[in-house]
Design a protein around this ligand. Structure first.
Ligand SMILES: Cc1cc2nc3c(=O)[nH]c(=O)nc-3n(C[C@H](O)[C@H](O)[C@H](O)COP(=O)(O)OP(=O)(O)OC[C@H]3O[C@@H](n4cnc5c(N)ncnc54)[C@H](O)[C@@H]3O)c2cc1C
Length: 512
């Protein structure tokens, strides 16, 4: 059941993100019963498990030196109940597959991660994934009705929305009062256990959503679905400076958009067809009629006529697709960078309160310039959530130290602005050591208590969310002279997977 061939282990040594860590072994369970057996063996042998979906997570929660449990193929069941607007998906089922099955009934899963073609149900639940439409529909948390999980003692349990808490972890009255005061007030958060939501709802399921494989293994997900809105329209709005963009965002959010996406000039300059502006906002409105969708685009354009320097509108789905093409050029443009300049995700997921968006982007630009590391900034402006690809020249002496300083300084900026280090990708290994700076010592102790309650033997994803004692975020990188040695042909294939976002490729195929 455990695969220990060095080529197989090498094929699982990388996910998206920055790390290369060769696992001790790989298991590919084909049923919930097989997951139970793996967990029972892990508890007996104290050999930890790293649950993994497609491996597209960016924070290093899907790699490590223990046993990788590849959940990307073995639990593929999928059924849709259109009357109840539910989809029941095994952990391996991708966002795209859920939506393909729901579409004939006029239904969809509204949060729309750009990685939907390959992100698995288990991975999306475990990172509390989100996407452009989260500005209106929330993250996946809101759309999960129930989860089947395998726990540390090998028991299989269903956690249901509205079912309350089964008592494995409870909060004292003092902690209940403390938590709302210590959680940052951002619109999105995938950083740590969602104790704020747990206090609000009392539902145990909220602890598991976003737990990054540290509390148990998700085997089945009951998704809530929503009708696909009838009409859609949108606009591309260009601004001459950051302040004008930052002022426009709350106005646009007040018009109930389904997406407000930012492309900063740091990214636009890499895209040949992009307008020459300091910032571009791509805005989408979903409405029940064409007239309503067009009407609100008109409101947006008129309301911002004094601050925009570039305006293009789209009145239907095809037009909007064309308008958004510029965003789709971003990944290929980054893949075309010279081999000496690597796109590394170390500060890629910060989220701040909406009124701090302009300050955050300015802080990012200044910090990156100070350390001599080019960056490409884009993201979900309507949620105050900004992705940043750091693009260091890895032939430059000292690039790694500069990258570490960038990581530290951007963390400072986020803390100062009341932000969180992850809006949707999670904490992983990368950010585990900075969580305490955002939440304080008492909440971090509560996080440790959650972990102890569900995983007393630490068999699930050690070092993720709760930092390892020797936490060092930029060790074990996949780039540089001291990257772990793996066969050259597998390293090349892993690089191709990364450049082409081919995360759906079965990893055993890479090892052949
Ligand atoms: C090109 C690209 C675009 C992206 N765009 C987005 C985006 O728009 N929005 C977004 O939110 N993310 C995005 N991501 C990040 C990533 O796709 C998401 O985090 C996704 O939810 C991860 O799913 P996965 O199946 O790849 O999980 P993995 O990366 O394999 O795992 C992610 C985490 O979940 C845990 N996990 C996985 N499966 C299980 C399970 N069955 N049980 C328990 N724990 C489990 C792992 O231990 C790990 O901690 C993007 C990534 C890429 C490469």
């Amino acid at each position: 059941m455990l695969l220990t061939d060095p080529r197989v282990r090498a094929a699982y040594s990388e996910g998206a993100g920055i790390y290369r860590i060769v696992p001790a072994a790989v298991a590919i369970p084909q049923s919930t019963d097989e997951v139970v057996r793996l967990v029972t063996q892990a508890a007996a042998s104290r050999q930890a498990l790293i649950p993994r979906g497609a491996g597209s997570g960016m924070a290093g929660g899907n790699v490590g030196s223990d046993i990788i449990v590849d959940m990307s193929a073995g639990l593929p069941s999928l059924s849709v109940d259109p009357q109840r607007r539910l989809a029941r998906a095994g952990a391996s089922v991708t966002w795209a597959a859920v939506n393909d099955a729901a579409r004939p009934y006029g239904l969809r899963l509204p949060p729309d991660p750009s990685s939907g073609a390959f992100a698995t149900s288990g991975g999306m639940v475990s990172t509390n994934a989100a996407g452009p439409r989260t500005v209106h529909y929330g993250s996946v948390r809101k759309w999960i009705k129930a989860l089947e999980i395998v726990e540390a003692d090998g028991s299989v349990r269903i956690l249901e929305r509205g079912a309350g808490n089964q008592g494995r972890f409870t909060l004292t009255p003092d902690s209940r009062l403390l938590i709302p005061t210590r959680f940052p007030k951002t619109r999105k958060n995938s950083g740590g256990y969602a104790l704020d939501r747990f206090v609000e709802t009392g539902d145990e399921i909220d602890l598991f959503i976003g737990a990054e494989g540290t509390l148990g293994i998700v085997t089945d997900v009951h998704w809530r679905l929503d009708p696909i809105p009838a009409d859609i329209a949108g606009a591309a709005l260009g601004f001459a400076d950051l302040d004008a963009m930052a002022e426009a965002v709350p106005y646009l959010v007040s018009l109930r958009p389904s997406a407000v996406e930012l492309l900063d000039e740091s990214l636009l300059r890499l895209l040949p067809d992009a307008p020459k502006v300091a910032c571009l906002l791509l805005v989408e409105f979903e409405r029940e009629s064409a007239a309503a969708a067009r009407g609100v685009v008109g409101d947006a354009v008129r309301g911002l006529k004094h601050s925009t320097v570039h305006v293009e509108t789209a009145v239907n789905r095809a037009g909007l697709e064309q308008l958004w093409n510029v965003r789709r050029q971003a990944s290929p443009a980054l893949a075309r960078l010279p081999p000496t300049q690597r796109s590394l995700q170390v500060i890629e997921d910060g989220c701040v309160p909406l009124d701090a968006l302009g300050g955050y982007v300015a802080g990012l630009r200044a910090t990156a310039a100070r350390h001599g590391i080019p960056v490409a900034i884009f993201g979900h402006a309507g949620d105050g959530h900004v992705h940043v690809n750091a693009l260091p020249d890895i032939t430059r002496p000292g690039w790694r130290d500069a990258l570490r300083r960038l990581f530290d300084d951007v963390t400072d900026v986020l803390v100062r602005l009341g932000g969180v280090p992850s809006g949707e990708h999670g904490v992983g290994r990368l950010r585990a050591g900075v969580l305490e700076r955002f939440y304080g010592r008492e909440v971090m102790e509560l996080f440790r208590n959650v972990k102890r309650a569900y995983d007393p033997l630490t068999i699930f994803n050690p070092g993720v969310i709760i930092p390892a004692t020797d936490w060092s975020p930029l060790d074990a990188l996949k780039v540089g002279d001291d990257a772990a040695a793996i066969p050259a042909d597998i390293a090349t294939r892993l690089r191709d997977v990364e450049r082409t976002a081919a995360w759906a490729t079965p990893k055993l195929q890479l090892a052949r």
